[in-house]
Design a protein around this ligand. Sequence first.
Ligand SMILES: C[C@H](C(=O)SCCNC(=O)CCNC(=O)[C@H](O)C(C)(C)COP(=O)(O)OP(=O)(O)OC[C@H]1O[C@@H](n2cnc3c(N)ncnc32)[C@H](O)[C@@H]1OP(=O)(O)O)[C@@H](O)C(=O)O
Ligand SMILES: [Mg+2]
Length: 356
Amino acid sequence: MSHKSPKDFFAPLAVGAPAPLREIPARPSRAIHFFDPSNPKMAAKVPAMVGTVDVLLGNLEDAVKADNKIAAREGLVEIAKSTDFGPTQLWTRINSLDSPWVLDDLITLVTEIGDKLDVVMVPKVQGPEDIHYVDRLLAQLEAKGGVQRPILIHAILETARGVANVEEIALASPRMQGISLGPADLAADRKMKTTRVGGGHPGYLVRQDPVDGDIHGNRTVFQQDLWHYTIAKMVDACAEAGIYPYYGPFGDITDVVAAEDQFRNAFLLGCVGTWSLHPKQIEIANRVFSPSVEDIKHARRVVKAMGDGTGAVMLDGKMEDDASLKQCLVLVELAEELAAIDPKLKELYDAIEIED
Ligand SMILES: C[C@H](C(=O)SCCNC(=O)CCNC(=O)[C@H](O)C(C)(C)COP(=O)(O)OP(=O)(O)OC[C@H]1O[C@@H](n2cnc3c(N)ncnc32)[C@H](O)[C@@H]1OP(=O)(O)O)[C@@H](O)C(=O)O
Ligand SMILES: [Mg+2]
């Protein structure tokens, strides 16, 4: 349910505000790197991180102490004003819409750094009404601040009602850029019995049938993915709306192996990127969310073999047809976008040779 009729869905919501986009650009966003602008050590690292990560996100919400909320907001303004972000996007996560800080977050950020801010991430979104509120307020502030291009909105999927409404959230505004899974708040809201921030749980498993009826015998167990349903529902809602799904935080910073597993699960399910909470997670995210040389070589071979894009062919003993061609085109187009901003990837992808 939109707050606009289809006729005026793309009309600005305030006189003087920039016209909404008709299509959300697929800018690379493999890693959305969170930093606390009130943390001097993290803030000092931002300029050197430009170009090494696709998105830098100045976080104002959870993980920023209540005493530091104003310092974080002011710190982000200072960082934005003093940094040339080049190809790197600048996002922020504002405080929750019921917090005492969010109105000043939006007024300050949009009127002071609106032209440098690409995306506003909104936490704890419950339904389209939350997006409608931010949509209209952003338009008014863009007009007030003379912002020249529309600031986009990214919702965090971290409440049970938000999951129930995810399709309407995705379609709620032409500003919607994407949606991220927020596993910690969502687990708490659902009363899931896990205290982990993303990833699996050793108690969530399926067990091999007993051998010869011996239920206490040696039976292989397979740990299951707690987040499969929610990520898949989020991906469907984003695909329907033409916006982008992301995995969110992986809190076990030291377990880089399980972080890679969780990121790859999300990549394979259709997510385009993930959050990174620590510098060591950026490399993992960039690697996982950039298609491998093998995948790109195969995809390009399918595109070549499929000619006009219709019918079916056999390639390496596997059937390729109109549908698998579309899957391959997703990878080929992603590779082109990433190669445009990542020289190392460009070198890898350009070196791929396809036999005639
Ligand atoms: C739960 C969901 C969320 O809300 S997740 C998003 C909110 N959380 C965060 O944003 C966490 C951000 N990360 C951190 O605060 C820190 O990484 C840490 C507290 C987890 C660990 O910090 P520290 O102990 O300092 O780690 P190290 O000593 O290993 O740090 C080494 C070095 O790196 C610097 N550093 C650390 N983190 C960052 C960062 N994010 N960006 C830039 N630099 C960072 C650190 O300062 C050290 O610097 P030095 O070498 O100069 O000392 C929720 O939404 C849901 O799921 O619902
Ligand atoms: Mg959260």
